[in-house]
Design a protein around this ligand. Sequence first.
Ligand SMILES: C[S@@+](CC[C@H](N)C(=O)[O-])C[C@H]1O[C@@H](n2cnc3c(N)ncnc32)[C@H](O)[C@@H]1O
Length: 702
Amino acid sequence: MPSSKAALLSKIKNAKASVKVAPKQQEQVSSEEKKKPVKVTQNQVPKKEDKKRKLEVQEEEEEEDVQLMGADDIDLDDFSDEDDMGDNDEFDEELEDDDFFTKKKPTTTSSTKSNKQQPTKKRKQEEDEDDEDDDEEEEQVNKKKKKVFSEENFFENDEDEDDDFSEYTEEERKRLEQLSGMERERLAQIEEESRLEMADDATRQEKPTVMANYLEDHEELPEAGEDQDIGIAGVTEDLTKIHERIQENLAVLANFKDLREDGFTREDYLNLLKTDLSLYYGYNSELIDVFASMFSLPELIEFLEANEKPRPLTIRSNILKTRRRELAQNLINRGINLDPLDKWSKAGLKIYDANVPVGATPEYLAGHYMLQGASSFLPVMALAPKENEKVIDMAAAPGGKTTYLSALMKNTGVIFANDVNVDRTKALIANIHRMGCRNCIVANYDGRDMPQILPTKVDRVLLDAPCTGLGVISRDPSIKSQKGKKDIELLCKLQRELILAAIDCVDADSETGGYIVYSTCSVSVDENEAVVNYALKKRHVKIVPTGLQFGTPGFIKIGERHFDPSLKLTMRYFPHVHNMDGFYVCKLKKLKNGKKLSEEEQVREEKNEQRIQKDKSDEKNRRIRDQKDREDKNKKLLEEAIKLANGNEQAGIELFQKRKEELSLSRKKFKTNKRSEDKFRPIHERKKSGNRKQKGENMNYV
Ligand SMILES: C[S@@+](CC[C@H](N)C(=O)[O-])C[C@H]1O[C@@H](n2cnc3c(N)ncnc32)[C@H](O)[C@@H]1O
């Protein structure tokens, strides 16, 4: 340490002493109290013994909790499926002798709760480690401090001095008393300056050197959206190093003003971060861009991390064939370790582990359940079809949602289960049969054509649209590298066309329904909010609440893009927030049949309508005029005929009628001649003469 700094610190010690402890107070402190351990300040670590005791108490309490909630004592009412059964009397009656109430689940179930126990142990271990860390840290801090002050040779024998300045030698106290107020102020100022200087030193020492380190190993910084070689040409750096750089970069971006390295912009750091994220997690740069535009940086990391872990395995019990508690019991007997899915579902079961393949049990083959991700329940619950309704599942294969719709409708009404992919309709048909659904008609059309094909409008439509699958990356990691902006673009065009078709299939005047649910298993805004926003502009629909108990509201603003405020009624589900597949659910109510036009289209349409009306009235006036002309002509002819009959009215009328017949005959002859001539003339000329003929007819008509 430079000697000037040592001198400065020595002054500070004196100043601290003078400011902190007034001589009078000092006298009041008994010698015994002086020997007491220094009081614990905010930054100090609590004593190990206290911490240990606290942990023991905490652990005892948690053990009690775990015992109370132990696997053997699971409340079997949790398996009730009454809600989903609706008012179906057959299922509503309680099973009085249901041994589910008395039987305990096999002890293997305890692993279902081991999640609850684990944290306690883990926490204790962590706390112990923390304790050790804290102690080590404390020791190190003390060592450092001792070192600093021993350099000053000031309080070198006083181990506690830097924790508290309450103990001073007689000599020091005398010196303190001699200090004038001004000196104290001056020294306080010096202390402050020195403190700032030291803080600055510390910051400088801790400042991460992300960019400098990167440029030591690389020729230049990565450009925005640049994909780095990974796998094929070999990973350019080891992942640990990339991970460390990600952490440091995040720290810099979180405190950019203080931690940035000179000469680098925020954008440089962001580009490097995105490149590192795509290398570390194995995404193409386009997808990282898509996600980075949706989440804050810490949330982006959480999302990417969540995609690395599997989601819980869930099944949906089929109330057309069984009750959930019955199914649960049967599966437990087969060694499957499960629990009710959650409060919000009366049909779902969460599987922890199984000794048998869950997709091949006799119960599965008999259609007692469907293997289905928890988030796939949600669009069907939002659509909430009623018994005896007409419903379309526009993109239905392999039928997870169709079969749920069928169960909620208790096999009544009709479901048009459609899918454009003929191979996938085979799986759809198989599932419909296995699950005992008798109200489904399977169709194989492009959903966009359905409004024209279906003979009738329906009460509700589910459009579980084809999408990029950006919400189910943990199930299919190939999405990370294989999907990009082009896929999003193509799919959102199809999604827009499908959503309009779905709306056009619904009867706005349906007495029980008039609803459309749009869902995807993608998290991208383009495939979700942007599609619904488009539909709001094109059709007479409004967004209504989904009726789902949880979820994150849809985006109404992202970057520069703004959507209709009602989009906050739509629901999003994220792997890192809800521990389920990423999903989007929007419920629409159809207000009026027909298209909704843009302002420009409306003006055009109105002008067109006015023109049609004008044409109609012109035609009417022309007819009246023609009629009047004919009457005038006839009157003139009759007068001429009477004149020719020398005033004999009767003879004049006869002459007039004869003349009319002659005119009529000559007109017929003219027509026939024209037609036979026409046969030998080219079509375009015939048309022309036809036009002329019409005009001529009008002129000759009497
Ligand atoms: C997300 S999957 C549907 C999953 C299904 N709803 C379920 O729960 O089992 C999307 C489906 O849309 C189908 N599809 C794609 N384009 C379509 C179109 N133009 N019309 C109808 N279906 C389409 C795909 O074949 C695919 O089966």
